[in-house]
Design a protein. Structure first.
Length: 135
């Protein structure tokens, strides 16, 4: 993991402050905002960017990927998308479907109903594909 230097205890940071903290020119930060969806600082009513601590941590991560690990922009995007998916997978709640609880019975019934619907839809999808594509 990358080592992030101390970030001042503030709620919001301007692009100039972030530029000094991360040691990246402001124009590079603006470009990264257009390339990386995870870097989207909010804006003040005057239109100025409001970076928060999470945004600065994202900038450090992007900087590490591009400058230290020598990723391309496309490669860094793929890495970040994959990293986001991993985080989502670990935060998902896994519900047990076994046991005698009322919830597991309801889940089982819903699953069976959905499987029945799927069985009914499969022939329709196949016949539509044959009509459209002659397969």
């Amino acid at each position: 993991m990358i080592e992030i230097p101390p970030i001042p205890e503030k709620e919001f940071f301007s692009i100039g402050e972030v530029s000094r903290i991360v040691q990246i020119p402001a124009y590079v930060l603006r470009y990264w905002e257009s390339e990386f969806h995870l870097l989207r600082p909010t804006r003040r009513s005057s239109g100025q960017r409001k970076y928060i601590r999470k945004d600065i941590e994202s900038v450090f991560l992007i900087k590490d990927l591009l400058y230290t690990k020598k990723y391309t922009i496309a490669g860094a995007k793929k890495f970040l998308v994959g990293d986001k998916r991993k985080k989502e997978d670990t935060t998902q709640m896994h519900l047990p479907l076994s046991g005698n609880s009322v919830d597991s019975k309801v889940f089982r019934e819903v699953r069976e109903e959905l499987e029945d619907i799927l069985k009914q839809l499969k022939p329709l999808v196949r016949s539509t594909a044959v009509d459209k594509f002659g397969a």
